[in-house]
Structure formats: C-alpha cells, structure tokens
Ligand binder design. Structure first.
Ligand SMILES: Cc1cc2nc3c(=O)[nH]c(=O)nc-3n(C[C@H](O)[C@H](O)[C@H](O)COP(=O)(O)O)c2cc1C
Ligand SMILES: O=C(O)C(=O)c1ccccc1
Length: 369
C-alpha cells in the first residue's frame, strides 16, 4: 500500500470525511476501560464482524436515467418525522465518552431531526434527557427483578416524553465480552446509573473479579420473562412497544401477534456469538411480518449504502450503536451531529446514484443478496 492512500488520523472532527475518520478520533479520546467496553463483542467476535461483512457482500442494482435533481431522504417512525431513516440505538453509560453524556446525544438527535433511544443504564436521569431531546426520544427498558422499580422507570419515561418503549429481549444475561472480563471493566466512581440505582449501590458491586457490569447485571435483570408476560408489560405503559433483539421469523410473528413492533438486532455482536447478522436476518422477518408492524434494524451501520440496503429490504429505519458513541467521544453533541450529517449525506448521494428520489423508491429490487 502506498503511504498516500493509507487512512491518516485526522486532527479534528472538521476534517472527518466519513464515519471511519470519526471512529479513529473517538477511539483516540478514550481510555482502555471505556474503549474496550464500547468496542467489544462477545467471545470471538464473529457476529460483530459479520454484521459489517453482510452489508458488504450485498450488491446494489442501480437504475439510471431518473431525474434525481431533488432527493428527499425524509421518512417517519411511528408517526415521528425524521430527516432520514437513521436513529440512535440505546447504549449504556455515555458518560464514559464525554462529560455531557446522554445530554449531548439527545441534543444532537433533536438538532438533526433524528431520534435517540435512551438506555435504562444511562448516566443521566430520564427527565434531563427528555428535556434535551424535546420529544425525539424512545426509552429502552431492561426488565429488572424488582418489578416496582421497573414500573416506576416506565412511568418516568412516559412522563418525560418518550414516544415508544424499546424492550430489549436478547439479554437475560450479558454476553461474555472477554476483554472486559480480563481487564475487569468498571464504571468510574464519578458515574452512576441514576434511573436504576444510587451511586452507592453500583460502587458496592464487586470489582475484584471479572467485569463489574456483568456482576451487577446478573443480580438486577429478570430472566424469567416470557411471551406470556408481555401482556403484563402492555398494561404498564400506554406507549407503543418495540421488541429489540429479534433475529427469526418465528419470533417476529409472535411479536406481531402480541401487538409489538420489531427491532432486528444481535446487540452489536455483544450477546450470542456466531448469531446471524442482523442484515441477513432481515428478509425472513420482513416476509413473516407482512406489513403488520414497523421493522427497525441495527448492527454494523457505517455507510449510507448500508442504510439504503436495509431500507430497501424492508427496514423502516436503522439505528447507530457504536457509530454514535465514536461521534460522542470525538466531540460531544457536535460529534454526534457530524456523524448523523455525514451518514445522511451518504444516503442522499447513494439514493441519487441508484435512481431513487424518495425513501419509498427503495425496494428489494435494488439489492442482490
Ligand atoms: C457500549 C454499548 C452499550 C450498549 N448498551 C445497550 C443497552 O443499554 N441496551 C440495549 O438494548 N442495547 C445496548 N447496546 C446494543 C445497541 O443498542 C445496538 O444493538 C448495537 O450497538 C448495534 O450495533 P452497532 O454498534 O454495530 O451499531 C449497547 C451497545 C454498545 C456497543
Ligand atoms: O453493555 C451492553 O451491551 C448492555 O446492553 C448493558 C446491559 C446492562 C447494563 C449496561 C449495559
């Protein structure tokens, strides 16, 4: 490789031309504890890599001689208008990336007419993030063994203006992120999980063996919940419910039968290693749901063509996990905004080069798997 085509580390966000540049900046800003927490997948990280590889393998079938002088990337999710089919996936502990933490992410989602999903395990209370997001947020729930606490979290999310409940169903236990075990990942003492526990509670979790997070979550999470209990959950909130972590047609059908929307995800390769990539799981799920629910997807999105392919195959929108975290680490609110902007620009250009002027023009004929 000649030196002039090698990726050069960029001095500033302003010079970043793509999400890989922002990732390099974000990584450089993090210490080992945070970097390993964000970057890791489970075990050998096959699924982590496969999420990206699946998008690369799929090829586009562009149409030509279409008037593309005006391309509109706009769409909506559950009636909320978005500037493009790109939202932000829930991730815990934004305070590891930037002092403004979830407030920066929420403000960026609002500024870009996007939508942020706030994790149960945020470093910032739901109410504060709700005010910053100004209605552009969904709330992600981990069901806790303490049902009263779960219920009060749900009430708070609704009162704070969340538009939907994203119920994560792929993590009764945390997958084993081995770097976090080896180096005993721990939340720094100045950060807490205020939606769930006081700082004291977290600080009491043992850190002398393995990942503090894994130890903490093992005690907290409800592992008994089944399809039958969904009716209970439905009774606890007036919000639409989205099941996050669906990878099969069978479970997508059950979700639809229970009146839930579907979020196709393998948790960014952090749970069951060698699970199918989310992109490869999408077609059978779209087929099985047959228009009954909205379908979202996350996992490995770094390029406008990734967004295009997922939407063409039936995703209503896609969500950014690590890409948003790299932006946050690289430059707080500005970094997340720049990430969303660069990706939206890539979507617009790719649509034009595919002969598509509206999101509705993106159909399965555009993709050869
Ligand atoms: C550091 C980190 C923390 C995460 N925390 C949560 C969480 O609290 N709740 C949740 O449902 N998913 C969580 N996820 C999974 C993301 O919502 C999403 O499924 C995944 O990151 C998408 O893949 P990507 O990172 O390749 O975009 C987390 C992911 C990462 C990388
Ligand atoms: O790290 C994660 O992927 C995650 O989902 C999680 C689960 C519990 C607490 C914090 C984050």
């Amino acid at each position: 490789m000649t030196p002039d085509v090698q990726a050069t580390p960029h001095a500033s966000l302003h010079d970043a031309v793509n999400l890989a540049d922002i990732e390099a900046l974000g990584r450089a800003a993090l210490d080992r504890n945070a970097l390993e927490y964000y970057a890791s997948g489970a075990n050998d990280e096959h699924t982590l890599r496969e999420n990206r590889a699946a998008f690369t393998r799929a090829r586009l079938r562009p149409r030509v001689l279409v008037d593309v002088s005006g391309v509109d990337t706009g769409t909506s999710v559950l009636g909320l208008p978005l500037s493009s089919p790109i939202g932000i996936a829930p991730s815990a502990f934004h305070g590891l990336a930037h002092p403004d933490a979830e407030r920066a992410t929420a403000r960026a989602a609002h500024a870009r007419d996007s939508v942020m999903t706030l994790s149960t395990f945020s470093n910032t209370p739901i109410e504060t993030v709700g005010a910053d997001a100004q209605g552009r947020f969904w709330f992600q729930l981990y069901l806790l063994r303490d049902r009263d606490l779960s219920r009060s979290i749900l009430d708070r999310a609704h009162a704070a203006g969340a538009r939907a409940l994203v119920f994560t169903v792929d993590a009764p236990f945390l997958g084993r992120r081995e770097a976090n075990e080896r180096h005993r990942f721990a939340l720094p003492a100045h950060l807490g999980a205020p939606n769930v526990a006081s700082r004291d509670t977290l600080a009491q979790v043992e850190t002398d063996r393995g990942s503090q997070l894994a130890n903490y979550f093992r005690d907290l999470a409800d592992k008994t919940f089944t399809w039958r209990d969904l009716d209970w959950l439905r009774g606890q909130t007036p919000l639409p419910i989205i099941l996050k972590g669906i990878l099969t047609a069978e479970d997508a059908v059950l979700a639809a039968e229970h009146g839930c929307h579907v979020w196709v995800s393998n948790h960014g390769g952090r749970q069951l290693d060698t699970a199918i990539s989310s992109f490869e799981a999408l077609p059978e799920i779209v087929d099985a749901v047959a228009g009954r629910t909205e379908i979202y997807l996350d996992g490995g999105i770094t390029r406008g063509t990734d967004v295009l392919k997922a939407v063409a195959l039936g995703a209503r929108a896609v969500f950014l996990g690590r890409a948003a975290l790299w932006g946050l680490a690289a430059g707080g609110q500005t970094g997340v905004e720049r990430t969303l902007e660069l990706l939206q620009d890539e979507v617009r250009l790719a649509m034009a080069l595919c002969g598509a002027t509206r999101v509705e023009d993106l159909t399965p004929a555009l993709v050869r798997l």
